[in-house]
Design a protein around this ligand. Structure first.
Ligand code: 5GP
Ligand code: ZN
Length: 138
């Protein structure tokens, strides 16, 4: 994809600070990090979201992400890490080339994840039943 910044990075047409490369996957530093070491893990081929991504590449991205996370802990003294993925614009995906964020975390970093709410009575069971229907047919 000629206009995709991550395709351009994967093919060497645009610069990036790479940290790890495997046959199908590239990991490089996010240009606007949550914390230093915030890394993006992408398939070298263009797939817009997780839903188009072949299983073997998804697995490879997971393995690369885990290696990066381990390195963040040993090298940058990360006390924890988040692995996140925004899929589709409604979820905050700005670059439509599938990618995982590996974000180092620290006890005192003051970041909060998503606010949570509670189910109205009966709605937890109803929601699970709808999902089960699609996922398992029962
Ligand atoms: P998204 O919101 O799509 O999940 O995240 C896209 C991420 O890509 C953002 O965190 C943004 O900082 C990063 N990003 C966007 N353009 C570039 C770029 O040209 N180089 C690098 N290294 N990161 C980028
Ligand atoms: Zn792309």
């Amino acid at each position: 994809m000629i206009n995709c910044i991550f395709c351009r990075i994967a093919s060497g047409q645009a610069p990036a600070a790479a940290v790890l490369e495997t046959p199908g996957v590239l990991a490089f530093l996010d240009i606007a990090p949550v914390h230093y070491g915030h890394t993006l893990v992408i398939p070298k081929e263009h797939y817009p979201t997780l839903l188009e991504l072949p299983d073997d590449l998804w697995r490879e991205m997971g393995m690369v992400s885990r290696r990066v996370a381990q390195a963040l802990r040993t090298t940058l003294e990360a006390q924890g890490f988040n692995i996140g993925m925004n899929n589709f614009e409604a979820a905050g995906q700005a670059v439509p080339h599938a990618h995982l964020h590996v974000i180092p975390r620290y006890f005192q970093d003051g970041l909060h994840l998503f606010p949570q709410k509670s189910y109205r009575p009966g709605n937890l069971e109803k929601t699970a039943a709808r999902l089960r229907q699609v996922l398992t047919g029962g």
